[in-house]
Design a protein around this ligand. Structure first.
Ligand code: PMP
Length: 399
């Protein structure tokens, strides 16, 4: 065996970003001249607010291009703390914030700081795909508590199932609220119940709240609402979705200052610090509350369009997304009739109709297998055209 083939064992268990396969397929179809409608991409399609762009440009022109502190710019950490105070009423100090290169790196720091070989990490099924991958990379074992769907209401968590899936090895519970891919928004009772379990059992709660601005019905219940969050919560959020800054790579963790210090050490020894001028831009982004609200209003209208088009379609089933910019469409009847997996459904839909969706089976573990995820972060006319093609496809598949 050549030295370059001797990968670390845990790396071999790491799946690629499986959502990219569908984008690749879409490019092939587009090259044949088909006008592709892409419901696959999980990012807002609006520009980054002008104030953020201007601040970043100014920072560049001022020569603000060196390293920053591993923890990120003090002003930005303070701005994050102020924003959380304003939005959630939570008392957070800047010492309790670390700025990271994207929320994915925030999640990675949280896992790397706490999860060790032999540990179990409890995820909800279905979950954002990278939680399980990172847990396995660190030698831990993902376990799952099912999210339950009530027709008309959508997905919620089942606290009894959570209790039954915990073991003495469970180090961390990972919550994503609002949830990608289910579009669920947990209510106060669910979040408080989960917090109670975590505290009683001495387990960390990693709470990824990156979609918390994209709420159309109901209210955000945050893990930071509990005044004892410092004892057990690792909170993750970021700039990617809220401010349409996916490519800027900026996220943040809020946790007890002792945790943030450790994460700073991890940062200093790996990526050094987040991008300097992007951080200056992010400071500007906090002044763009109006633009954020406009985007959320726009997405709510699109949510209504996609829900209107797909909820009346025979053979599939969709609950109104209460949050995020995803519609999680149940296609069980089509899969049963055709014998396809959700992956095959998505591939055929691209090939035959030029419509990209993400099959639910990329979101572990089992629940997603009968679903496909559609991002509605695209123009209304495209949503209408895409859902029209999906309707044709479903009708043809059901025969
Ligand atoms: N968490 C969830 C639930 C996400 O959907 C995403 C992005 N798709 C991330 C984290 C990562 O965000 P970022 O681009 O800031 O790394």
């Amino acid at each position: 065996m050549r030295p370059i083939e001797r990968f670390a064992p845990n790396l071999n268990s790491l799946a690629g970003e499986s959502t990219l396969v569908y984008q690749e397929k879409a490019r092939e179809v587009a090259a044949r001249g088909v006008k592709v409608i892409n419901f696959g991409i999980g990012q807002p399609d609006v520009p980054t607010p002008a104030v953020a762009r201007e601040e970043a440009k100014l920072a560049l022109d001022q020569g603000f291009t060196g390293y920053t502190s591993a923890l990120g710019l003090e002003e930005l950490r303070q701005a994050v703390a102020d924003d959380l105070k304003e939005r959630l009423g939570s008392d957070v100090r800047k010492e309790e914030v670390i700025i990271t290169p994207g929320a994915k790196m925030s999640l990675f720091l949280a896992f790397a700081a706490f999860v060790a070989p032999g540990d179990e990490v409890l995820l909800f099924d279905p979950a954002f795909y990278s939680y399980a991958e990172v847990a396995r990379l660190l030698g831990a074992r993902p376990t799952y508590a099912k999210m339950r769907r009530e027709s008309g209401k959508g997905f919620s968590i089942d606290l009894e199932d959570v209790q039954s899936k915990l073991s003495p090895k469970t180090k961390m519970i990972v919550l994503n609220n609002p949830s990608n891919p289910t579009a669920a928004l947990l209510d106060k009772k669910e979040v408080e119940g989960l917090a109670q379990i975590a505290k009683e059992r001495g387990i960390l709660l990693l709470s990824d709240e990156i979609y918390d601005h994209f709420i159309y019905e109901g209210e955000m219940a945050s893990s930071l609402d509990d005044s004892s969050w410092r004892d057990y919560v690792i909170y993750v959020n970021g700039f990617s979705k809220t401010f349409s800054m996916t490519g800027w790579r900026l996220g943040y963790v809020v946790a007890d200052s002792s945790v943030i210090k450790k994460m700073g050490t991890l940062a200093a020894n790996t990526y050094t610090c987040p991008n300097s001028f992007a951080q200056r831009g992010a400071l500007g982004a906090f002044r763009a509350k109006g633009e954020v609200q406009q985007m959320v209003d726009l997405f709510k209208r699109r949510r209504d369009v996609i829900y209107g088009e797909l909820s009346s379609l025979k053979g599939v089933s969709l609950d109104k997304p209460r949050a995020t910019f995803y519609a999680f469409l149940e296609v069980t009847q089509v899969l049963k009739t055709t014998g396809w997996s959700a992956k095959q459904f998505s591939i055929k839909l691209i090939e035959e109709k030029g419509v990209v969706t993400i099959p639910g089976d990329v979101f572990p573990e089992n629940v997603g297998r009968n679903y496909v995820r559609l991002s509605f972060a695209l123009a209304e006319d495209k949503i209408r055209e895409g859902t029209k093609r999906i309707a044709e496809f479903v009708r043809e598949s059901l025969g």
